[in-house]
Design a binder for this molecule. Structure first.
Ligand code: OAD
Length: 260
C-alpha cells in the first residue's frame, strides 16, 4: 500500500534509483516518527516547554548541566523502548540492491544501524555515546545514567556524545558526507525539515553536482525546490513500497544482462 502517493511517481523514483550507480540518503527525525520517537519541530517537539535549541547547546550545559542531562536521560529512556520501523529496514535493504550507497543521518537514535544499515554516517553523533568533558574518553552505554554522571577514569562530568547547536560536526564525517552526496546520481531526502545547517545544505550540494534529489516527507520542505520528485506521506509506508519497486527493476536489469 502506498497511501496517498501516486504509483506513477513511485515508479519514476524507483527508475531513478535503479539507474543510479551511486545513491545517497539524508535522513532526519521523521524517519523515526513511526517508531514513536518525537520529531523536533512537529507537535510534541517540545520538552518541558524547552525547544531542542535551548537545551542542546554548550551554553545550556555550562549553565545547567543537570537540566541538559535530564533532557538526554528522558530521550535515552524513550529510545531504549523503541524499535526500527519499516522505513529504516527499507533503507537498509536499498544498500544491498547494487548501487554504491551511503546513508547520512541527522538522527542520534541509532535506529538505522539497528535496522542493518552499514555504510552509515551519523552527522550529529549518537545518543548512546557518552564523552568525558575532562579526559575526552568516550564509550557507549545503554544503561540508565545518573542526574550528573561522572567519568570513572578522571571524575570529570560526562556529556552526551551528540553534536550540539554551535558545535562542529565529528571530524571526517562531514567531509565523507559531502563527498557521498556530491558523487551520488540520486539522493533521497527523508523525514527532515531541511532547515538545520550544515546538514540540510547536503541536499543543495547534491543538486548542484547533478544528483537527482527525491524528497520523502509528510509535507514539502524547502528541499522541494531542488527535488526532481516529491513523495508525500509516511516514510514507513513509502520507503518499503519504493524499495520493492527498485528491487523488481534490479531483478529485471539482471535478467536482461544475463539474456543479452
Ligand atoms: P525536524 O523535527 O525538524 O523535522 C522532521 C521532519 O520529518 C518534518 O519535515 C516532518 O514533516 C517530517 N515527518 C514527520 N513524520 C514523518 C513521517 N512519518 N514520515 C516522513 N516524514 C515525516 O527533524 P530534523 O530535520 O531531523 O539537531 O531536525 C534536524 C536537527 O534539528 C536534528 O538532528 C536536531 C534538531 O534540533 C541537533 O540536535 C543538533
Amino acid at each position: 500500500m502506498s497511501g496517498v502517493v501516486d504509483p506513477s511517481l513511485l515508479d519514476g523514483a524507483a527508475r531513478l534509483l535503479a539507474a543510479a550507480r551511486s545513491v545517497a540518503a539524508l535522513t532526519g527525525a521523521g524517519v523515526s516518527d513511526e517508531s514513536g520517537v518525537p520529531t523536533f519541530r512537529g507537535a510534541g517537539g517540545y520538552w518541558k516547554n524547552h525547544r531542542a535549541e535551548d537545551v542542546a547547546t554548550p551554553t545550556a550545559f555550562r549553565r545547567d548541566p543537570a537540566l541538559v542531562w535530564e533532557f538526554y536521560n528522558y530521550r535515552r529512556d524513550l529510545l531504549a523502548g523503541v524499535e526500527p520501523n519499516a522505513g529504516h529496514r527499507a533503507l537498509a535493504e536499498l544498500e544491498s540492491l547494487g548501487a554504491r550507497f551511503t546513508l547520512v543521518t541527522q538522527n542520534v537514535d541509532g535506529l538505522h544501524a539497528r535496522a542493518g544499515s552499514a555504510r552509515l554516517l551519523e552527522l550529529h553523533g549518537n545518543i548512546w555515546v557518552v564523552r568525558c568533558t575532562g579526559c575526552r574518553g568516550e564509550h557507549t552505554s545503554r544503561e540508565a545514567l545518573g542526574a550528573l554522571p561522572r567519568c570513572t577514569a578522571c571524575g570529570a562530568l560526562l556529556r552526551p556524545g551528540v553534536v550540539w547547536f554551535g558545535e562542529p560536526l565529528p571530524p571526517g564525517v562531514w567531509e565523507q558526507a559531502e563527498r557521498a552526496v556530491a558523487e551520488s546520481d540520486c539522493l533521497l531526502v527523508v523525514g527532515t525539515s531541511a532547515v538545520v545547517q550544515p546538514a540540510a545544505s547536503l541536499a543543495w550540494r547534491a543538486a548542484q553536482a547533478g544528483s537527482r534529489v527525491i524528497e520523502i516527507n509528510t509535507e514539502p520542505t524547502p528541499a522541494r525546490d531542488i527535488a526532481a520528485l516529491g513523495l508525500y506521506g509516511q516514510a514507513g509506508v513509502i520507503l518499503p513500497d519504493l524499495v520493492g519497486r527498485v528491487r523488481a527493476l534490479r531483478v529485471q536489469q539482471g535478467t536482461q544482462e544475463t539474456t543479452s
